[in-house]
Design a protein around this ligand. Structure first.
Ligand code: ADP
Ligand code: MG
Length: 486
């Protein structure tokens, strides 16, 4: 039988606001336990929640970016369940009328294929606190710093058909929320978490199978592995005649497997009802118009522009728009390069900038695990280097050495070229003299070449480049060598 797997993701995105969803308490990560906990978060009787307008704005901005309907009137609801790190006994979320309705996100896979992922909703909700099991002997500590932190939960339709598609979608949401400034997307700090719902069925026309939910996997790679494991597990179970029970499972990265955590509750178990303490959130067109006006060019539109206007390859265009900071770096480098150049040259200059940013610069950053914002070579400085290749001061090969010098703090391209004596030799007099020496040094090879052995030519070019430690202009060397060999 050929099984089809079906995946839907619920992504929890912590909003980039400084205060909680319903109290003024701070949301900075890593503070001492319970130092960022207000009476509201601790559920002191008599306290009342007050919604955070900035969180509402960020949720709506995300909604507009995925072309979703924004609810003009959305309602907070209580989701009832008992857990020690949620002192109210319920979580404030949204149920029937979330702020963000149906939207769509185009996603590009590694092989260049494109899928359109349907997002069913994105609702505002508060995060829970944390139970600390390893601080007190024989007792569990409760840290409410995270309780009440604003989240949006982004819920996709069950429309992803492989672990690869699921992760590509997850990465695209991650890229988008960071691009918009909706979230810092820090996975290690829990600002971007994903629950993956996985089921399998006998074929694409069969009804959806029973799903299992894998909770809170905290890296892209582990999400992919957890889903792959879960698909295999379910197929094996069904082929053995077992049935899948709806449950929540945990992924164990060390053993690369999932195991049951608890049976999954259904919506009715939560006894949702509108929170009587909170009025509906009302959003008018003028507010949305303001948000639309503030919307930056989105990554996908930018990648398309790079392909159409700058004639970059899809690979370069998508790489350069992986983050807003990276694409801004590229644009600054290109604008420095393009100043004073005719627009017909822009594609060639863009290609050079893209090659350097996606090549040498990316690997230097990667070696030091350094974000682009902290590049040791600024965009203007990189443009200075590329200009020296473009005007034949140095060859592309020598430029890599110059780049290393710049990265090491030896100064700008010109300073490094001068200090290290790397200027390309273009003076034909000097090149002729050098070739003259070479021909005297290799009389046998010269004779062979003159007898018609064309291979010798490359050998002589190689010797010439070696003699000048790569600094001779290769085009001139070729031309002069031919002339002097007769
Ligand atoms: P819950 O209320 O338990 O969170 P939802 O109906 O909101 O359930 O769905 C949660 C997620 O599970 C969604 O992302 C949805 O796409 C996904 N999902 C629902 N049914 C299936 C299924 N049979 N197989 C895979 N994913 C599913
Ligand atoms: Mg859910």
């Amino acid at each position: 039988m050929s099984w089809q797997c079906v995946i839907g993701l619920e992504i929890h995105v912590q909003l980039a606001t400084r205060s909680k969803l319903f109290s003024g308490a701070a949301t900075a990560y890593g503070a001492d336990p319970n130092t960022q906990t207000s009476w509201v978060d601790a559920a002191l009787p008599g306290t009342l929640p007050v919604p955070n307008a900035e969180a509402v704005r960020l949720a709506a901005l995300f909604g507009l970016a995925i072309d979703a309907e924004i609810a003009h009137r959305s309602v907070f609801a209580r989701k009832n369940y008992f857990y020690p790190d949620s002192p109210k006994g319920y979580q404030i979320s949204q149920y029937e009328t979330p702020i963000v309705g149906r939207g769509v996100l185009p996603v590009r896979l590694d092989d260049g294929r494109e899928i359109e992922v349907e997002i069913v909703r994105a609702h505002l909700e508060e995060d829970a606190g944390k139970s600390l099991h390893d601080v007190f002997h024989g007792a569990t500590g409760i840290d409410l710093n995270r309780a009440g932190t604003p989240l949006i939960e982004v819920v996709s339709a069950p429309c992803l058909y492989s672990a690869e598609e699921a992760v590509a979608y997850l990465r695209t949401v991650h890229q988008l929320v960071r691009w918009l400034g909706v979230s810092d997307g820090n996975m290690a700090e829990g600002s971007f978490r994903c629950d993956a719902n996985v089921s399998v069925r006998p074929g694409p026309d069969a009804p959806l199978g029973t799903r299992c939910e894998i909770k809170n996997v905290n890296s892209f790679r582990f999400v992919e592995k957890a889903i792959e494991f879960e698909i295999e597990r379910q197929i094996r179970a069904l082929e053995n005649g077992e049935t899948i029970v709806q449950e929540t499972r945990l992924y164990d990265a060390a053993q690369n497997r999932t195991r049951p955590m608890r049976s999954k509750e259904d919506a009715e178990d939560y006894r949702y009802f509108p929170d009587p303490d909170l009025p509906p959130i009302v959003i008018d067109e003028a507010f949305l118009d303001g948000l639309r006006a503030s919307m930056p060019e989105l990554p996908r539109a930018r990648a398309t522009r790079y392909q159409q206007v700058l004639q970059l390859s899809p690979y370069d265009a998508f790489k350069l728009t992986e983050s807003r900071a990276l694409s801004e770096y590229f644009e600054q480098a290109l604008s420095a390069l393009a100043t004073g150049q005719p627009s017909t040259r822009h594609p060639a200059l863009a290609k050079m900038a893209a090659n350097w940013i996606n090549g040498e610069l990316a690997s230097a950053l990667n070696d030091e695990d350094r974000p682009i914002e902290q590049s040791r070579v600024a965009p203007g400085a990189l443009a200075g280097l590329i200009r020296r290749i473009d005007d034949n001061t140095i060859s592309g090969k020598i430029a890599k050495d110059v780049f290393q010098g710049m990265w090491a703090g030896e100064g700008g391209a010109d300073a490094v070229i001068e200090a290290r004596g790397l200027r390309q030799v273009t003076d034909t007099g000097a090149i002729d003299a050098m070739i003259g020496d070479l021909l005297a040094q290799f009389p046998e090879q010269v004779t062979k070449f003159r007898a018609g052995d064309e291979k010798i030519f490359q050998f002589l070019v190689g010797q010439a480049m070696k003699a000048t430690r790569g600094k001779a202009n290769p085009a001139i060397v070729n031309e002069r060598l031919r002339a002097m060999l007769g």
